[in-house]
Ligand binder design. Structure first.
Ligand code: XMP
Length: 321
């Protein structure tokens, strides 16, 4: 079925919320639904919409996959509890790292994350809770990139011919699928979410794994997590669409304390974009770039080289994997 985009100028957030809440509630009926909150804008908005539609019949989980940002599980769970939505944190770190072990190819890594998330972790949670539905925040751009063959977004299922009922044991509901990011933010605002929740820079479903070139191990994830925290602290004030740190696979010769140090390379990216479809690099001042380099090489163990991506999307993509 072809999905019809709702452009921002045609979006009436209040009417959209009423319509989608009714659709969700009609579809789930007297049953139960589950959803995963990652802390990103789309999953935050779908969580609030789902709770409006289903109340206690929706159970929200935060899956701690081990590839999330620093302190994210605790922060997100607390922020949602504060708006009256209870969240259960599920520790699935070992399952994700086991699935990613030895994989280097970007699409194989994405596939491993999809399978672990939907089949292993949610398959179990759905069985345990007796839910028949998974509510998720897929948006129009995710579908477009996957269908165009750019990358397989972790949350695209039916558009790739996957029958979730048959393969995973539950049906998937995607109330935001006709919107792009600016539309999702408007709906988040109309749902009464705090500004910081619906205005966060986007964060990909596959988490930090989208920013690790080569194998995703707990050690390599820890490096990119530290680098990400520095980029977010330093660039939050830029108002850019998204900013991130990437860990390269190749190591390079560097010097530390007068001795050879064969160390890691971090690439910083900072993007101007409206909806992630096309993007240009932010013209960051040289002092900002030098401060990033200085912090990375002193605060992230083993980093000897820092670069800034000056390419637009296309040919680059926003994430590296
Ligand atoms: P790319 O890297 O394809 O990213 O230019 C476009 C936007 O999508 C985010 N992104 C994802 N979001 N699942 C998601 O939910 C994914 O698998 C995924 N991959 C990329 C990315 O952060 C950017 O905002």
């Amino acid at each position: 079925m072809k999905i019809q985009e709702i452009t921002i100028d045609r979006l009436d957030p209040a009417a959209f919320i009423d319509h989608q809440a009714k659709e969700i509630s009609d579809r789930v009926g007297e049953g139960l639904a589950v959803n995963a909150l990652s802390g990103g804008v789309d999953s935050s908005v779908v969580t609030a919409l789902g709770h409006k539609a289903l109340g206690r019949r929706l159970k929200t989980y935060f899956i701690d996959s081990g590839i999330m940002r620093k302190d994210e599980p605790r922060q997100i769970a607390e922020a949602f509890r504060a708006v009256g939505i209870p969240i259960e944190v599920v520790d699935a770190k070992d399952r994700f790292f086991a699935a990613l072990k030895g994989l280097k190819d970007p699409e194989e890594k994405r596939e491993a994350i999809t399978q672990t998330f939907y089949k292993d972790v949610f398959g179990d949670l759905v069985k345990k809770s007796g839910a028949g539905y998974l509510l998720q925040g897929t948006i129009f751009t995710d579908v477009e990139e996957t269908v165009a063959g750019v990358k397989r977004q972790h949350n695209i299922l039916s558009q790739l011919g996957i029958d979730t009922k048959e393969q995973f044991g539950y049906e998937v509901i995607e109330p935001l699928i006709q919107l792009r990011k600016p539309g999702v933010r408007k709906v988040g605002e109309a749902l009464g979410l705090p500004y910081e929740m619906y205005n966060r820079p986007p964060f990909p479903g596959p988490g930090l794994a989208a920013r690790i070139i080569g194998e995703v191990t707990p050690e390599r994830t820890a490096l990119v997590r530290e680098a990400t925290a520095i980029v977010e602290e330093e660039l939050a004030g830029t108002g850019a669409f998204q900013y991130l740190a990437i860990l390269h696979e190749d190591r390079v010769t560097g010097i530390r304390n007068g001795r050879r140090d064969y160390g890691y390379q971090i690439e910083v990216r900072c993007w101007e974009s409206r909806d992630a479809k096309v993007a240009t690099p932010t013209n960051l001042g040289f002092d900002v770039l030098q401060r990033l380099a200085s912090r990375m090489t002193t605060e992230v163990p083993g980093v000897v080289s820092v670069t800034y991506n000056i390419t637009s999307k296309p040919t680059s993509t926003i994430e590296a994997v």
